[in-house]
Design a protein around this ligand. Sequence first.
Ligand code: ATP
Length: 457
Amino acid sequence: MTKPTPIKVDMEKLVSLCQRRGFIFPGSEIYGGLSSCWDYGPLGVELKRNIKQAWWRAVVQERDDIVGLDASILMHPQTWEASGHLKGFTDPLVECKSCHLRWRVDDLAGDSCPSCGGELTEPRLFNLMFKTFMGPIEDEASVVYLRPETAQGMFVNFENVLDTTRKRLPFGMAQIGKAFRNEITTGNFIFRSREFEQMEIEFFVKPGSDKEWFDYWLEERFNWYVKLGIKKENLKLRQHMKHELAHYAKACYDIDYLFPMGWAELEGIANRGDFDLVQHAKYSGKSLDYFDEETKEHIIPYIIEPSAGVDRSALAFLCDAYDEELAGGELRVLLHLHPILAPIKVAILPLSRREKLVALAKQIHADLRQCWMVDYDDAQSIGRRYRRQDEIGTPFCLTVDFQSLEDEQVTIRERDTMNQIRLPIAELRRTLQAKLEGEDFFVLPPGGRIWKEGESV
Ligand code: ATP
């Protein structure tokens, strides 16, 4: 196995960059903040949207066997009885301060964490779900919960989706949405918060084929992170020990990432067996089985669940992309974000604020923003502007100079190598599109040429 690449950023540095550049702010900051709640700023919201879009594309848009869903956050309270969340979360629990595993006090032999030996919190009767009230009367009858996972919305819609899409096994549902957990211990920036976003797949398969599909999803999901730029050696699969497995789960692996605080879960992939459909059928009184046309039998499908966090993914992508290097005697901070994830794809930098130049730069801006998130920056020296874009991971900077007014060409600079090419404005859209999709930087459009550092215009 290749050795993990040392991460070049600690949490403090990353939090500071995220706040300074408008990726992520502490929630309700003017009131002193609200513990473990975070607000995504102008760049953070773009990063998150890009992550979600890349996930949706990979698991819904490009597949025949998965459909999307957007279920309500508030669900019938019986949902949580059926799922075991109500009962499971009201036992006295202690939590390990280092690995965050929770233990029922009754199950403990000693006073340290059975998994890692870490220190444990005091026992508390703890329900992880946030409780609220529906309607004008605050009594037990009106209690509802904010969902602690998006999964249950997909289980309860099994029949609806099956009937309306006419999908046959194996097929899945995918959902992105907020989840809420009143976590005992939070921390490590957006790694563990009380309000977060999940990207979950529930993949329904014939019993007997579950092992094969489980292995398939492990590989598929691991590779998704790698394709989006995370270094393979900073990821690993970790099998859950017997005592970590939920009582219904047949198998579970985590995809762990080497965060600045150490290896920790990025995504969980579980073989849930038939537990969920059996439970919801029992509590709702509705049959949730599936008629297998081949065998002419009614069966309860098994479920493979890859469950990822948007916030944890954002944190992993940021940590992995962070880099510092010396360039021209100065420290250059840059984010090597995959172009698909970069909040801003292209920055337009006019070399001067002269009217004619500005008019051309604005015209290019108006054109390119039809395709992508594009920034326009005319403040300070060109070097400072390049650094600002490097620090937020913008793949391409485009300079408009006086020569552009005559030859209708502009210069594009690539973030990681700082290489530059010059090309006709008419070729911009097509060339940038190709480069954002991975075309070699030095593949030139008609009329384009390689631009040398210091070359005069
Ligand atoms: P952990 O053990 O770290 O608390 P978990 O095993 O409880 O996580 P799951 O229930 O498997 O997490 O949830 C699936 C995914 O949702 C996790 O892999 C993670 O990416 C995300 N997630 C869960 N809890 C949180 C949280 N409190 N803050 C941010 N993301 C979370």
